[in-house]
Design a protein around this ligand. Structure first.
Ligand SMILES: O=C(O)CCC(=O)C(=O)O
Ligand SMILES: [Fe+2]
Length: 657
C-alpha cells in the first residue's frame, strides 16, 4: 500500500463546468507529481536495502488518475496483456548469417531502426519502407524469424469434429459468450430452458454454419508447462493462450551511427502468462536462431502426447520492462480509454496527446536504461563482439542447456518414429515404450550385496498383499494403469479434454487426472519414518518394521557421510510424471534416491538430465528440481530418503525397533 499526503480533491460547486474541469486537471497534475516523487523515493529505498544498484532498480511512473467502479479488478478484468523484452540484437545473429558469410559487425550494422508507436501503421510503414529499400536478404531473414515466432503462439483453427478437445473448446467459448458476450441474453435464456448443455450449443451453431456453408473456428490452446518452473503438464493452468509473439522494434540508443549497437524489442501478447513464460519463449527462440537447437524442437516442446518434460531456458531478467494492459470490456462500461492510444469512441481516459507522448518518452527512457544495464561494465564494446553479459549468458547457460536439449530432442525423434510404427496397434502408448525399452534379457539379475536384504523385504511386503494404498495427491503424479482390464476408465486420456471439461464445470477437479484410492494399477507408494508436526505417523512403520530398519541402514551404508534422513518414500512400479515433491526440505534439503529390482528403462530424469539409478544412488533436490521416471519393463522399486521441513534433526533409524 502506497500512502502519500495531499490536499483533498475538493472542487467548488460555484465554478462553471469548464472551470471545474480545469481545476480537476490541476489537482490531478499535483497528485501525479506527488505520487511519482513518493514512488521514486520508495523504490530507491527498497533497492538500497536489497543491495540492488540504482540503474537496475526499475521504475514505476503514474500518468494520471481515473475513478473506476468498485467492481473493477485490475488483475481479474484484464482482457489481454503485452509483455516486452529488450535484448541486444546480436542475440539474433544466427547460423543463417554465418552460413552466407555475414559477420557479426556487418549484421549489426545492417539492422534498420524502427520504432513502435501508438499508431501501429507507423511501425508497419517503417517495415514496409525497409522492404522497398530492397535488402532481399534482410527481408527474408526477418520473415523467417516471424514464421518461427508464430510457432510459439496459439493458432485459430477450423473445428475438427473428430477432435473432442477442439469441439469442447468451441463449446466452452460459446458458453462463455452466452453468459457475458454480445447477444448473450437470448442464448442465456435458451440455456436455461434447455439445461446447461455444452454439446447442444455446439450442435445448434454447427447446424447454422452448415446452412451458411461456413466452418467453425476455434482458438487452439497449447500447454506451456515447458516454459515455466511452477506449472506441470497435468495442471489445468498450463493450457494458455498466446495471441502474438513478435519483433516490435529495433532501436539504436546512440543515434543511427555506424558504431551504434542495435537492440531488439520482442513482445508477447496473451491473457495470462505463467511465471517466466515469456523469458523462456525468448530464450528458446534465441537458441534456435543462433543454431544451438533445431527449429523442430518447438514441435517437441508442444507435443501433447510426448510424456517427457523438455525444460526451456530463460533469458536474463535484464530486458523485461513495460507491458500493456487491455481492458476492452471495461472501456465501454467506463466510457474511457484505459489503454493509452488515439481513440474517438470513449470520452475519458488516456487519450490526450500529452499523456501519450509522456508515456512514449518514459518507455524510451526505460529502454535506454536497460540498454546500459546490458552493457555491464559500461565500456565501449566494438560491434564485432557480443556484449560481455550476452557472452556470459550464452557460454555458461545457453550452450550447456542446448547440449541437454539436443539429447532430449533426439529422444523425441526416436519416440516419434516408434510411435508412427505402432500407430495402428491396439495400445500405441504402451507399444511405443515396448519398442524403446531394452528387453529384460539385456540386464543381469544379480543383486549387489548391499541391496539384497532390502530387496528381499520389499518383495515380501509386495507379496503380503498389505502394500499400503497411495495417497490421492501422489497418484496425481503417477501414470496409472487400471488393475481390471475390463474396467472402463472414467477419465479421458487427453489432458486437454480433461482440462476443458473441468473448466466448463462438467466436474470439479483442479487437475487433469483423477483416481480412486487404490487405483493406479500395480503401482503404489508409501512412506516410513517420521512425518512433520500434526501429520499422522506412517502406518507402514508398524506394518513393515523390518523393512523400515533395513532401508534406513541402507542409507548409512550407501552414504556414510550424509546426515541420516528422517523419512523414506517407498515406491513399487511407479512411473512418476514430471513433478516436484510436495512440502519443503529441512537443512541440506537434498534427497537420496536409488532403485532396485529387475527392470530396464525407468531412468530418473532430473530437469531433463537422464540418470540410471538402478543400484546407483543419486542425490538431488526433489523440492526444486523437476523429476520424472521413464517407462520401464519389469519390476522396479525405488527408495527416496529425505528430511521434510519440521523433521530437522530427526533420524529415522532412531525410530526403528
Ligand atoms: O522412483 C523414482 O525414481 C522417483 C521417485 C519420486 O520422485 C518420488 O518418490 O517422489
Ligand atoms: Fe519425487
Amino acid at each position: 500500500m502506497l500512502t502519500t499526503k495531499l490536499p483533498p480533491f475538493i472542487i467548488s460547486s460555484d465554478l462553471t463546468e469548464e472551470e471545474k474541469d480545469q481545476k480537476y486537471e490541476e489537482l490531478v497534475a499535483q497528485w501525479v507529481n506527488k505520487v511519482n516523487d513518493t514512488l521514486k523515493t520508495l523504490i530507491a529505498k527498497i533497492a538500497n536495502e536489497n543491495g540492488v544498484p540504482a540503474q537496475e532498480a526499475g521504475q514505476i511512473r503514474v500518468f494520471g488518475r481515473l475513478t473506476a467502479p468498485k467492481k473493477f479488478n485490475a488483475e481479474m478484468d484484464l482482457a489481454h496483456r503485452r509483455i516486452d523484452y529488450l535484448i541486444p540484437a546480436e542475440l539474433l545473429y544466427g547460423i543463417d548469417q554465418q552460413s552466407i558469410g555475414v559477420d557479426l559487425q556487418t549484421f549489426l550494422k545492417s539492422m534498420k531502426e524502427f520504432y513502435p508507436t501508438h499508431k501501429r501503421t507507423d511501425a508497419v510503414n517503417a517495415m514496409n519502407m525497409d522492404r522497398q529499400e530492397g535488402d532481399e536478404q534482410d527481408f527474408k531473414y526477418i520473415y523467417k524469424l516471424k514464421k518461427l515466432m508464430q510457432k510459439f503462439c496459439t493458432p485459430i483453427v477450423e473445428v475438427d469434429e473428430d477432435d473432442e478437445a477442439s469441439v469442447l473448446a468451441k463449446a466452452f467459448h460459446q458458453q462463455k459468450r452466452a453468459k457475458y458476450g454480445k447477444g448473450s441474453k437470448n442464448i442465456t435464456k435458451k440455456l436455461e430452458e434447455d439445461g446447461d448443455q455444452l454439446q447442444k450449443i455446439v450442435d445448434d451453431k454447427k447446424e447454422k454454419n452448415e446452412k451458411k456453408g461456413e466452418k467453425e473456428r476455434v482458438l487452439k490452446r497449447k500447454r506451456y508447462h515447458n516454459f515455466t518452473r511452477t506449472m506441470m503438464a497435468h495442471e489445468f493452468l498450463s493450457y494458455r493462450r498466446v495471441d502474438r509473439f513478435f519483433h516490435r522494434a529495433t532501436v539504436k540508443f546512440d543515434g543511427d551511427s555506424e558504431s551504434s549497437r542495435p537492440f531488439v524489442l520482442l513482445s508477447a501478447k496473451g491473457d495470462l502468462f505463467l511465471d517466466g513464460q515469456v523469458r523462456a519463449m525468448i530464450a528458446l527462440f534465441v537458441a534456435i536462431v543462433r543454431g544451438y537447437v533445431p527449429a523442430d524442437i518447438v514441435e517437441c516442446v508442444f507435443d501433447e502426447e510426448y510424456p517427457n518434460l523438455v525444460p526451456c531456458p530463460f533469458v536474463p531478467t535484464t530486458g523485461f520492462h513495460a507491458s500493456e494492459m487491455n481492458y476492452s470490456t471495461w472501456e465501454g462500461r467506463m466510457n474511457a480509454v484505459l489503454t493509452p492510444r488515439f481513440n474517438e469512441t470513449w470520452k475519458k481516459g488516456w487519450k490526450s496527446v500529452s499523456i501519450r507522448e509522456a508515456i512514449h518518452e518514459f518507455e524510451y527512457e526505460v529502454q535506454k536504461t536497460i540498454s546500459k544495464a546490458w552493457n555491464t561494465n559500461g565500456e565501449e564494446v566494438p560491434l564485432s563482439r557480443d556484449l560481455p553479459a550476452v557472452e556470459e549468458w550464452v557460454e555458461t547457460y545457453l550452450k550447456p542447456w542446448s547440449k541437454r536439449a539436443n539429447e532430449q530432442y533426439n529422444d523425441y525423434c526416436l519416440w516419434k518414429k516408434a510411435r508412427e510404427e505402432v500407430m495402428d496397434s491396439e495400445n500405441p502408448d504402451a507399444s511405443v515404450w515396448e519398442i524403446l525399452t531394452p528387453p529384460l534379457s539385456s540386464i543381469s539379475n544379480e543383486v549387489p550385496h548391499l541391496y539384497a536384504k532390502v530387496l528381499e523385504l520389499l518383495r515380501k511386503a509386495d507379496e503380503s498383499g498389505q502394500w499400503p494404498s497411495t495417497t490421492a495427491k501422489r497418484q496425481l503424479v503417477m501414470v496409472s494403469t487400471t488393475n481390471n482390464e475390463n474396467e472402463e476408465s472414467t477419465t479421458s486420456k487427453s489432458l486437454c479434454v480433461q482440462q476443458l471439461k473441468a473448466q466448463a464445470g462438467t466436474f470439479e477437479k483442479t487437475c487433469a487426472y483423477s483416481f480412486k484410492e487404490g487405483q493406479g494399477g500395480a503401482s503404489g507408494s508409501f512412506s516410513v519414518g517420521a512425518m512433520p508436526g500434526q501429520c499422522d505417523q506412517p502406518k507402514a512403520n508398524t506394518l513393515f518394521p523390518e523393512l523400515m530398519k533395513a532401508a534406513f541402514e541402507l542409507e548409512i551404508a550407501l552414504c556414510p557421510n550424509r546426515e541420516p534422513s528422517s523419512t523414506i518414500a517407498i515406491n513399487r512400479n511407479a512411473q512418476f510424471r514430471p513433478h516436484i515433491d510436495s512440502g519443503a526440505g529441512a537443512g541440506q534439503s537434498r534427497s537420496l534416491i536409488v532403485a532396485l529390482g529387475n527392470y530396464t528403462g525407468g531412468e530418473l530424469m532430473v530437469e531433463g538430465a537422464k540418470n540410471d539409478i538402478r543400484y546407483k544412488p543419486l542425490e538431488f533436490n526433489g523440492w526444486t528440481e523437476r523429476h520424472w521416471v521413464r517407462p520401464f519393463k519389469g519390476e522396479r522399486y525405488s527408495l527416496v530418503w529425505f528430511t521434510p521441513k519440521g523433521c530437522d534433526g530427526v533420524h529415522g533409524i532412531d525410530l526403528c525397533i
